[in-house]
Design a protein around this ligand. Structure first.
Ligand code: AMP
Ligand code: ZN
Length: 493
């Protein structure tokens, strides 16, 4: 283990505090993160959550832990309204597009993997699917029924929240009060099978039309969304593991229900640290697949979007995300991306300057050791990437000074600075030096912006001959102009 004399602290949603990180088994970490529901393309909001956990995974390995990272694929059971109502999201897509449900699953799992690879997210060690673990789920449901904390009605099985609450704290994570839940949960049509509206489904009876269904002791049906994660995390990480993560929108009901199930089945809260990543918003609203308020990765990286003046590289977008702490809400805007791009390019330039540096002196006008310490301190404080980036920019400032003013750096310090800088930027944050031909550098961007402006002037003065000529000439060079009513943007093909 790396000799960092500092303790890692992680914010635990259960206690609402930053706690010292102590693992169940020395030097080993078990981490489970709720994966995507594969019924449509992942959007940038999903990517933000997976990036937050990618950084946590990378940093834990960087400081010497052996990590087993399990992230599932939800391919059944996630209903439209996140609770027990509505159609299964995957079945619905299959019905609308006239596909087999597993064709839908295959298509969007592939999309997710492709996008994660482009975003340089490390693959998890195990990626179980919910449909591949139906028998494990049935066993757990049976166990909960045997404990008399679930009941069977008309081919469905429900968790009895009131009964559970007699000796457990339902609300331990979301801090919701059961009394309030009882008063605020509406009794919806179709939920009449439940004893109480706040009970949640462990198994749902399949109607004859339903396409995704399995045999069970209670008849043909399909599992509830919450039991899937309990079954998969327990199978690969045991009765009590270290970190359970997901987006903050999963705290309730999904994670609260997982904790309840785990208490009944294993007598634990499943994980010691429940970690939640905050949302990416667009125009101040949560980005979401089920509403149209989202930007797809392909739009931002290559196709272009009417909301953006240009495309941005994956590393630049990731750099933009890491400028905010994972527990803060982050709003996406064109201006913020443009600013992040400048910062990212500056960082890449200074790494190159440092790599090629040759003019060593006897001493260094920068405390490299202290700087390395500060970088670890930031990450040990609940993975504080904005502070890490601020520290990194202190080094960037020094590097540029060394370059322009010939401020001295010794060979030994140079080695430490270069290797630490590269390991924080490339290994811990997972940024990449993006190909300039693909991610145009900022000067070329500026030139293209000038061309767009001149072309817009031509359009405004109805000089369509000139505006079309600019468009066609750029098109021949593989640069596509996307026109909308009030502005134009370009895409490099
Ligand atoms: P889903 O595919 O909807 O099950 O979501 C996959 C993951 O993305 C979950 O951990 C969600 O909490 C997370 N997520 C969904 N929307 C956003 C968003 N706008 N910002 C950040 N994370 C999100
Ligand atoms: Zn889950």
């Amino acid at each position: 283990m790396q000799s960092v004399s500092q303790v890692l602290k992680i914010y635990n949603s259960i206690s609402g505090e930053k706690e010292n990180f102590n693992t169940v088994t020395k030097n080993y970490v078990g981490m489970y993160v709720c994966g995507p529901t594969v019924y449509s393309n992942v959007h940038l909001g999903n990517l933000r959550t997976f990036t937050s956990f990618d950084i946590i995974y990378r940093y834990l390995m960087h400081i010497g832990y052996k990590v087993r990272y399990v992230r599932n694929i939800t391919d059944v059971g996630h209903l439209e309204n996140d609770e027990d109502q509505g159609e299964d999201r995957i079945s619905k897509k299959a019905r609308l597009e006239n596909l087999e449900p597993m064709e839908v699953v295959q298509r969007y799992t592939y999309d997710f993997h492709e996008t994660a690879r482009k975003f340089n997210l490390l693959p998890p060690n195990i990626e179980p699917t919910a449909t591949g673990h139906i028998s494990d789920q049935i066993k757990l449901i049976q166990k909960i029924i045997n404990e008399k904390l679930a009941y069977v009605v008309n081919g469905s099985v429900y968790f009895d929240v009131l009964e559970y609450s007699k000796s457990n704290d339902y609300g331990i994570l979301s801090k919701r009060n059961l009394e309030d839940l009882i008063h605020n949960t509406r009794s919806l049509d179709g939920q009449s099978d439940k004893k109480n509206p706040q009970d949640f489904a462990l198994w749902k009876k399949a109607e004859p039309k339903h396409i995704m269904k399995w045999d069970s002791p209670w008849g043909e049906g399909f599992p509830g969304w919450h039991i899937e994660c309990t079954a998969m995390s327990n199978k690969y990480l045991g009765d009590l593991f270290d970190i359970h993560g997901g987006g903050i929108d999963l705290k309730f009901p999904h994670h609260e229900c997982e904790i309840a199930q785990s208490n009944v089945c294993f007598g634990t809260n499943a994980a010691n640290y429940w970690v939640h990543a905050n949302m990416l918003t667009l125009n101040g609203q949560k980005m979401s697949k089920s509403t149209d308020n989202n930007i797809l990765p392909s739009e931002i990286f290559s196709k272009g979007s009417p909301l953006l003046s240009k495309t941005f590289s994956e590393s630049c977008v990731k750099f933009f995300m890491l400028q905010a702490h994972y527990r803060s809400v982050l709003d996406l805007s064109n201006d913020a991306l443009l600013a992040a791009e400048k910062g990212y390019n500056k960082l890449m330039d200074s790494i190159e300057i440092l790599e090629n540096f040759e003019n060593f002196g006897d001493k260094t006008n920068f405390d490299v050791k202290e700087w390395v310490n500060k970088c670890y301190k930031a990450m040990n404080d609940d993975f504080n990437t904005p502070i890490l980036i601020a520290n990194i920019f202190e080094a960037v400032k020094f590097i540029n000074k060394t370059n322009h003013e010939n401020t001295s750096i010794s060979k030994d310090d140079w080695e430490v600075l270069l290797s630490s800088l590269k390991s924080f930027v490339f290994d811990v944050m997972g940024l990449e030096k993006q190909n300039l031909a693909y991610n145009e550098n900022s000067k070329i961007n500026d030139v293209l912006d000038v061309l767009l402006e001149l072309r817009n002037d031509a359009r405004k003065s109805k000089n369509y001959e000139l505006s079309d000529r600019i468009r066609d000439l750029l098109k021949n060079k593989g640069i596509k102009i996307n026109d909308s009513d009030d502005k134009s943007s370009f895409t490099i093909e």
